[in-house]
Design a binder for this molecule. Structure first.
Ligand code: 5GP
Length: 189
């Protein structure tokens, strides 16, 4: 059977990872987009096994013990989030194209765990610099000025890690279609 391939899409917060994933998911019904696991409560409209796998903290920790995660982290609010290895491996074994998004920190963890030949990585780079990303983050959810400054500092550091990725795709304001096409081009080539 033909082996599939894993593509990691990563980049700083606000760069458009979620938007790109939504567009790719709409267009490519045969590609696999494995959801994360989380211990947080599901919100209205979220679908088990699609938005996330919702599990208890106890179950999450058991899975950590069994080394079932490619990466995991405690995100704000004390909830645990993680990427299960199994759905990625299953997709590849079935010859599928598997797509996952990670923030830069998540990608750094994955790089340590997964041999290079298993995946291709794509970095989304903001064309307009971190100020525009800061504005987007501010519009998404309430945030203090202090926190915004801190987030922008860490974004500047994340931009320095572009060289760790196989490909860079430029994320330009109002040009989502171009960004999606550039990513598709990498994936199908
Ligand atoms: P939310 O609870 O709003 O869906 O997500 C909260 C945060 O958790 C987001 O910043 C999101 O990027 C992060 N997150 C979601 N899934 C994962 C995951 O599998 N691993 C890590 N490290 N963070 C995740």
């Amino acid at each position: 059977m033909k082996q599939g391939k894993i593509f990691f899409i990563s980049g700083p917060s606000g760069v458009g990872k979620g938007t790109v994933i939504t567009a790719l998911r709409e267009k490519h019904k045969n590609w696999v987009f494995p959801p994360s696991c989380t211990t947080r409560e599901s919100r209205p409209g979220e679908i088990e096994g699609e938005t996330y796998f919702f599990i208890s903290k106890e179950e999450f920790l058991k899975r950590v013990g069994r080394d079932e995660f490619l990466e995991h982290a405690e995100v704000h609010g004390g909830n645990l989030y993680g990427t299960l290895k199994k759905p990625l491996v299953t997709g590849v074994e079935q010859g599928k194209i598997v797509i996952r998004e990670f923030d830069v920190q998540g990608f750094l963890q994955v790089r340590e765990k997964l041999p290079k030949e298993y995946y291709t990585s794509i970095f989304l780079k903001p064309a307009e610099g971190v100020e525009v990303l800061g504005e987007r983050i501010r519009h998404r959810a309430p945030i203090t000025d202090e926190e915004l400054v801190r987030r922008m500092e860490s974004m500047k550091n994340e931009l320095k890690l572009e060289h760790l990725y196989d490909y860079t795709v430029i994320s330009r304001q109002g040009a989502i279609r171009q960004m999606v096409e550039d990513i598709e081009h990498i994936i199908v080539s």
